[in-house]
Write a protein that binds this ligand. Structure first.
Ligand code: SF4
Ligand code: SF4
Length: 383
């Protein structure tokens, strides 16, 4: 296993971290504890020492499960990362109550890496207002947490504001070869590197989309290395960045864990030639977008309540990755019915301001039909 030192800490973390949010589950949706325990045991035995959970993962069951399994091992031989759910915190009493519960669920008296979960502009402002960073500093002084960081989902300028507001021990961002300009993106990576803040990475495979790519892209990757899994390219790309210290993978099957272990046990950064190939294939993927929406939001608000960029982002990702299962899931769960394209009343005001000159009305109508039919075709094939 490859290990990397996290900034100014004394921690050498395994480059592959175990994301504890997608354990295998039973038909009833509970954690399949027999299978998941085998995976955690194998991960530990192969040198993974960074386990990342959160108060809300698996509907609140992940912490308890991780705590139970890991308590078999010497506490100082692994690191637990856990997160304070900022959206549930309205006072320091809330923060204290949840933190105490987390220690109890994890069967431990300290948490190694503690994160403010999923910060964006609004939640950060709220945390500052109720003095949560100071509360966490105090936990650190008491030895109840060792290192303080945050996980992030918002625009770059918010990332810059949060990252430069204080001295963080580490932070966690979403980054992969298709999201270099999304959220913190590569600009955020470079800022963290300049400030000496080590990075933990989530969604290195974009929620699984980079593990299953369209046929033409897959064929090129197979040609470059017939023995490498498709996922391995994304995992090697992210691991090739020196300020990436831990790559979290939310593993839900033993084969996935074994494949990830084989990549990170004898880690080989991408060669210059491979980097060039990935850049070329990312461009080829981007060219499969259905339209050129950049997500700038100039077209909002829409008087009919349509979330135009969100509709386009789901449709464009479907165009790029051609993954019916993920597209159907997003269309059902990631956008409220009231915000869908079908609510457009064709007033035309969005088209007047769109800098990309997109035929928004026409595209909305197309995407509603196309994504509805993806959902229907999956329903029919599962009968
Ligand atoms: S044309 Fe449709 S999507 Fe655009 S602003 Fe009007 S109602 Fe909203
Ligand atoms: S203004 Fe155009 S490019 Fe910007 S989010 Fe709206 S549709 Fe997309």
């Amino acid at each position: 296993m490859d290990y990397r030192k996290l900034g100014k800490t004394n921690v050498s973390a395994s480059l592959l971290g175990f994301g504890c949010m997608r354990f295998p589950t039973t038909k009833g949706g509970e954690i399949n504890s027999a299978e998941a325990e085998k995976m955690l045991d194998l991960a530990y035995s192969k040198g993974i020492n960074y386990f990342d959970t959160a108060y809300v993962y698996h509907s609140g069951k992940s912490e308890e499960f991780v705590g139970k399994v890991l308590s078999k091992y010497e506490r100082s031989s692994y690191y637990i990362a856990d997160k304070l759910p900022c959206w549930m915190i309205n006072s320091l009493d809330d923060a204290q109550r949840i933190f105490n519960e987390q220690l109890q669920r994890l069967q431990t008296d300290y948490i190694d890496f503690y994160l403010l979960h999923s910060l964006g502009k609004q939640s950060w402002d709220k945390m500052v207002e109720i003095c949560v960073p100071e509360f966490c500093e105090n936990l650190k002084k008491q030895g109840k947490i060792k290192y303080l960081g945050f996980s992030f989902h918002d625009e770059y300028k918010v990332f810059e504001e949060i990252l430069t507001s204080r001295e963080w021990d580490f932070c966690q961002i979403q980054l992969n070869f298709m999201d270099i300009e999304h959220q913190a993106g590569m600009k955020g990576y470079e800022l963290a590197e300049r400030l000496g803040v080590p990075l933990v990475i989530m969604e290195p495979l974009k929620g699984g989309m980079l593990a299953s790519l369209p046929e033409d892209i897959t064929a090129e990757l197979r040609k470059a290395n017939p023995n490498a899994s498709i996922a391995s390219w994304g995992l090697r790309w992210i691991g090739s960045l020196p300020n990436v210290k831990v790559v979290l993978s939310g593993m839900s099957a033993m084969e996935q864990l074994e494949d990830n272990l084989s990549i990170y046990s004898d880690f080989k950064p991408l060669s210059d030639e491979e980097q060039q190939m990935i850049r070329r294939l990312s461009e080829a993927l981007r060219s499969k977008m259905n339209n050129g929406c950049t997500g700038c939001k100039y077209c909002l608000p829409c008087p009919a309540g349509v979330n135009i960029p969100k509709n386009f982002s789901i449709w464009n990702e479907y165009g790029m990755y051609q993954n019916k299962r993920i597209a159907a899931w997003q269309w059902k769960n990631n956008i409220d019915d009231k915000r869908k394209a079908k609510n457009c009343v064709s007033c035309g005001q969005c088209e007047e301001v769109c800098p990309q000159n997109i035929n928004i009305r026409e595209d909305l109508s197309r995407l509603q039909k196309e994504l509805d039919s993806v959902v229907e075709s999956l329903k029919a094939s599962s009968k």
